[in-house]
Design a protein around this ligand. Sequence first.
Ligand code: ZN
Ligand code: ZN
Length: 275
Amino acid sequence: MLQVTVLGSGSRGNAILVDGSEGAFLVDCGFGPRTLARRLADAQRRPESIRGVLLTHEHADHACGVSAASRRWQWPVHATAATHVALTTEACGAPPHRVMLDDTPTIAGFDVAHHRVPHDAADCRAFVLTDRASGARLGVVLDCGHVPETLPAFLARCDLLVLESNHCPTMLANGPYPWPLKQRIRGGSGHLSNADAGRVLADVVHPGLRGVLLAHLSETNNTPDLAVTLAREALRKAGWRRDGLWAAPQRAPLAPVQMNGSLGARAAQLSLAFG
Ligand SMILES: [Zn+2]
Ligand SMILES: [Zn+2]
């Protein structure tokens, strides 16, 4: 079985809990150990049960907690060689347990396919994670300045997809950010707009796609309603008739998204219900 729980996503921190047939791991670790442990507890997990972290890139909002978590809970940290090198110069430092992403990496019973994406980091990667026991496929694309021609084919046949939908270009242009930051965000090595995400979805949608999680939404230059509306429009136009589309929040975990594209109950709701 495949299940995805976004523990938080945005410029203040990213961590995605992925469950498969053989255990659970995180994609990115952009929260400090206390916040991370609290959000894992919300998802009814102990940090000790997590099998490791897979890093998209070294930016603080994706990796600031990785070194401390690796030290505290002995998590192996999987990343490309360039990302591991880049981590040594970040404030968080290099994690003690390092694993290099090679051509055929695996983590917690998942095969990991990775694809380079343009972003102002050392070696940013998108992933397709295949649960070996069930064959279920999860695509993850976080920070990405523009969509490489080969990315849609890489994301083919995913059951679930986590995709950056960072900003509305009009809100960004009219918003309070300084000019150089606006230029960075909308540049080719910055972040995907809602329209960019819509184009990716139109290219990768297929009847077996069960759920889409929009991620890394800007709290200043986007709204969940806007991102979801544009994504739904793109998916509908491409013939997708399912309902499984959500915007992942920054400040609290989203309920787990199941393999069949439905939203599971949150731990807090469960404890209330059975309290
Ligand atoms: Zn980044
Ligand atoms: Zn980021």
